[in-house]
Design a protein around this ligand. Structure first.
Ligand code: G6P
Length: 617
């Protein structure tokens, strides 16, 4: 997965493309490049490293002039990140220039054919193969760029989003998508067009956008129009222009040092936005159209299968407790990447819930398609409105967390849990597995969560102090039980992904079956020991750690006295219903990993080797 930007119009393209690339760096940041057409020739610069490295390289190297250009920020799949493998790639004649997000699986076969025809390749990428294939078709068939792109894409196997132009005809850009997103921003009177992997690069210029569907391509003609065609059969598609809801403020840091910190602090607001209009406590109603419209299916479901990846998978694990505990529906939680390849048994009476912040994760998308092909009803829980997963699912509920830019997911996780709590409660009410007073109590507690998260955030300095003590260690263990076992997994994931400290999450009782061997005076162990849910058992686990001299950082409920006596550090969370404790216990763990990573000098928002949106399998 990579980020693509492009511009054609009357403004200088360079600043638009560069700013856009910086906004898209969440999609990958191991190399970056830009190409501009200055009215007589193209000027191209690309480099290993971040967009900031590109800016440095461009200055003094090439002219920044031009009203047409495309740019790219890369997350390497074919070919190591280096200058040559960076995008854009040019065709052999130097006329065609392309940026590409995705993988061309049969690139090797095509490359061999092109080599036989005299093509010489500079890079190890599949993208250079694609641009030369387009060039060869254009030459052989004597067709225009758009047609050549279409013929080429019908020959390739794989996934892509591309933007390509021909410097001998610099009044159009051709874009196409299969599996990776492409948005086109439409300027006034078709005097300018913007291209990007999502709408964030052009939000300050236009609110009108077209999102290409899979297997569609668009020929963007300056001063004229955007012609969309089906790649397979060449049929014309009506351009559906959407009004963007996104605003600039949402995608800027707003005074915070990092996006991750901003997003941690946004959680009270984000959780509130998630249940706004859905949780009507006074009337004791939960209103979610996607659930109401399909209530029969939910009530008749044999089981719910949850598919997701990464942090979203952890939210799925919390949902397993919620659905089974409250609504008494059997739940299985699967890594989407495993589910799609293990010939799963799925029936028409199964409901598959796909959870994804970005709505673009390739494995989750493939799992959805598989489940649908077997007749299951698929419900999506996504954050990004209009994303591929949101469109592919039969029904769904958005989390409304707002854009999440930090690669380490924070507010997406808590808002996913909020949506899943609402669904579980709604189903519990419909099934009669919860009493009306208990239901009301749950609604009341859920509504109080944003306020409690806000209070909880005031412990930031204390967490920072603890982070300072443990910033130098090599290993961390996270333990939790019940609802808080997935939180232990999530806490460990947060720490390892941004601070590069090895961390493992475990169900507290399982510690005895292996991890206990790791414990000595150098091992910090985060234990979630809230006053509900097996408190006494967790206290015993804490004793076991202490007698092996482990350093304990305990997350407890305010007013706790027992754990305070044993643990080295104690962080208190406000009292709430057990089912909602993950929404609170997660917060100090996010802050802990954030502060440790900052103290270790790590790039918190762009950890090495990671990307926010994983659109390759
Ligand atoms: C990547 C991100 C994670 C995220 C996972 C699933 O690995 O770095 O933060 O949890 O993808 O992404 P999704 O958008 O499907 O929730």
């Amino acid at each position: 997965m990579c980020g693509i930007t492009g511009y054609i119009g009357y403004r200088e393209a360079y600043p638009i493309i560069i700013n856009g690339l910086q906004r898209l760096e969440y999609r990958g940041y191991d190399s970056a490049g830009v190409v501009l057409y200055d009215g007589s020739q193209i000027n191209l610069s690309k480099t290993k490293g971040k967009v900031s490295d590109l800016i440095e390289k461009v200055t003094g190297q090439i002219s920044k002039k031009g009203n047409l250009g495309i740019g790219h920020t890369r997350w390497a799949t074919h070919g190591v990140p280096n200058d040559v493998n960076s995008h854009p790639h040019t065709s052999q004649s130097g006329n065609l220039v392309i940026v590409h997000n995705g993988i061309i699986e049969n690139y090797d076969t095509i490359k061999k054919e092109l080599v036989n025809r005299g093509y010489i390749f500079q890079s190890d990428t599949d993208t250079e193969v694609l641009v030369n294939l387009i060039e060869e078709i254009k030459k052989q068939d004597n067709v225009k760029l758009g047609k050549a792109v279409q013929i080429a894409l019908n020959q390739v196997v794989g996934a892509y989003a591309i933007a390509v132009f021909d410097q001998t005809k610099p009044d159009e850009i051709v874009v196409a998508r299969l599996g990776s997103p492409i948005a086109i921003g439409i300027g006034k009177d078709n005097k300018e067009f913007f291209i990007a992997s999502d709408a964030s690069p052009f939000i300050e210029y236009t609110k009108n956008a077209i999102y290409l569907e899979d297997e569609e391509m668009a020929i963007i003609r300056l001063g004229r129009d955007v012609k969309i065609r089906k790649i397979k059969d060449d049929s014309l598609v009506d351009a559906h222009i959407q009004k963007l809801q996104l605003n600039l403020e949402q995608i800027e840091k707003g005074g915070y040092e990092h996006f991750m910190l901003k997003e941690i602090y946004e959680q009270p607001h984000a959780i509130n936005d998630t249940y706004r209009g859905r949780l009507l406590r006074n009337a004791a109603i939960i209103k979610m159209t996607g659930v109401e419209d399909n209530m029969k299916r939910f009530l008749n479901a044999n089981r719910i299968i949850i598919v997701a990846c990464g942090t979203s998978w952890h939210a799925g694990l919390v949902a397993e407790y919620l659905f089974e505990d409250l609504a008494r529906i059997p739940v299985e939680v699967e890594y989407a990447s495993e589910f799609r390849y293990r010939n799963p048994i799925i029936s028409e009476k199964d409901i598959v819930i796909a959870i994804s912040q970005s709505g673009e994760t390739a494995d989750t998308l493939a799992a959805i398609k598989l489940a649908k092909s077997k007749g299951a009803f698929v419900f999506g829980v996504c954050n990004v409105v209009g994303s591929s997963i949101a469109r592919e699912t039969d029904a769904g509920a958005y989390t409304h967390a707002g854009p999440e830019i930090g690669v380490a997911s924070t507010k997406a996780f808590t808002t996913q849990i909020t949506v899943l709590s609402l669904i579980a409660l709604r189903l519990a009410r419909a099934k009669g597995t919860i009493t009306s007073s208990d239901y009301r109590y749950h609604l009341q507690e859920l509504e109080l969560i944003p306020k409690k998260v806000k209070t909880l955030l005031t412990i930031d300095d204390k967490v920072k102090y603890i982070a300072g003590i443990y910033k130098g260690v090599s290993n961390f263990l996270y333990l939790g039980r019940g609802y808080n076992f997935p939180v232990a997994l999530e806490g460990a994931l947060k720490l390892k992904e941004i601070s590069y400290i090895h961390a493992e999450g475990y169900p507290a009782a399982e510690m005895k079956h292996g991890p206990i061997a790791l414990i000595d005076e150098n091992m910090p162990i985060v234990v979630i020991a809230t006053n509900k849910g097996h408190y006494d058992k967790v206290v015993s686990n804490i004793q076991e750690i202490k007698s092996r001299k482990g350093q304990i950082i305990a997350i407890v409920t305010e007013g706790d006295v027992v754990v305070k006596e044993i643990a080295d550090h104690v962080i208190e969370i406000p009292e709430t219903h057990e089912a909602f404790t993950p929404l609170l216990t997660t917060i100090p763990l996010q802050l802990l990993s954030y502060h440790i990573a900052v103290m270790r000098g790590c790039n918190v928002d762009q950890p090495r080797n990671l990307a926010k949106s994983v659109t390759v399998e």
